[in-house]
Ligand binder design. Sequence first.
Ligand code: ZN
Ligand code: ZN
Length: 284
Amino acid sequence: MTSTPRRTSGALRDYHMEEGAFLFNFEEKSWTDPMRGHTENKEMCAPLFLELKSESLTKNRQAWRTMERKGFKVTKDVGCMLPHPQYGKSKTQKGNGMNGGGHKTSMGFFTGFIGNRQDAPEKDKDGRPINLQVSHLCHRSSCINPIHLIAEPQWQNQKRNTCGKNNSGCNCGNTIECLRMYQTSNKPENPVLCTTKKEVLESLKELKELHPFKVLKRNAYNEKDSKAAKKRKIKAENQKKRKRQADKQAHAAGKKAAKKAVDDQAAKKSYENAVMKHLSPEHV
Ligand SMILES: [Zn+2]
Ligand SMILES: [Zn+2]
């Protein structure tokens, strides 16, 4: 049985880098306050955080590193960091949906915030929905730049969806201002990207002060990639070897069984039976 080989993370990274992505490595440091967006409902909002040393924290960290290793494109306008499209929330140019979730992984990695506690009230006394949501101040739903993300009550997030018509600046009334005019994420856009490390560092100056990172060399993961490729090759060869051995045994068993049979037809049948028996269920 042959199957299309799975695209390796190295291949995904190469593709993304050809599209203009840079490789980053962010330092892990103590979490900052992700709640700067909830001031108007401070008492009622009930954020849920990853617990220190928990399995879910480890998983979230791994998810971040996996995404990080595929690189980020950096936009020149406000310094959005765009992960490989598989982590984005918006649709591709061809209209395909994405796995998404990159911004949530980022929120977990940089702030520990993962959602609302079970006992969180849904509405405030005025009936406004106060479930905490991760808002994009840049209105680019695939952006994972942690300083473009805040956790704020739903009603505040919703207000952003009308912000800054005609590029008149943030006028949605939120205390923490949007970085760009609101745009729908259904519309594909082609933002101008940083093309040099210098431009990247310039665009992400503010972020670097809050969350230190390194921009890695383009070949930073080559060694890791070739090791992984070698491992995959050995695994495939071993599988083949095992399959050949199993086939050989099956035929030998079939022949033996056939010898015992009285006439040709019975021999053929018992041969087939023996082969089937030997191959199933693992090999059919
Ligand atoms: Zn952004
Ligand atoms: Zn706004």
